[in-house]
Design a protein around this ligand. Sequence first.
Ligand code: DHK
Length: 144
Amino acid sequence: MERILVINGPNLNRLGTREPSIYGDDTLASLEQRLTHFGEINNMKVECRQSNHEGILLDWIQEAESKFGGIVLNAGAFTHYSYAIRDAIASVNIPVIEVHISNIHAREEFRHHSVIAPVVAGQIAGLGFKGYELAVLALLDSFS
Ligand code: DHK
């Protein structure tokens, strides 16, 4: 069975209470439940993790190469400036799809630029939680 790792980065543990007009009212727990269920009905194992710490995200990306077929990554604000996360993605031989709940291109200028965009398989932004499911589907498609 294919395995996909979903990684949420800094401040995404605050979904549900954090700026609901931008990120919605639903919690990280409900997102993770939804993705786990989505994996089950699509015959794959989706594992979800969240951390506020850059080094932990780096470890998970590196380790995923030997355990997962692909990664769905919302790196939060690290998206905009972490060359370390960019290099970790570039170093692994599995596809990574970048997801943002909000449309980063329609927000503050500093969010328009993603330093990880050049090394990911694709980017989904602005579609809310649905974007994670679409990323999982895109990975599943890439396996066949
Ligand atoms: C989440 C964050 O935490 C922000 O720092 C990004 C992203 C946008 C999102 O839309 O999911 O700028």
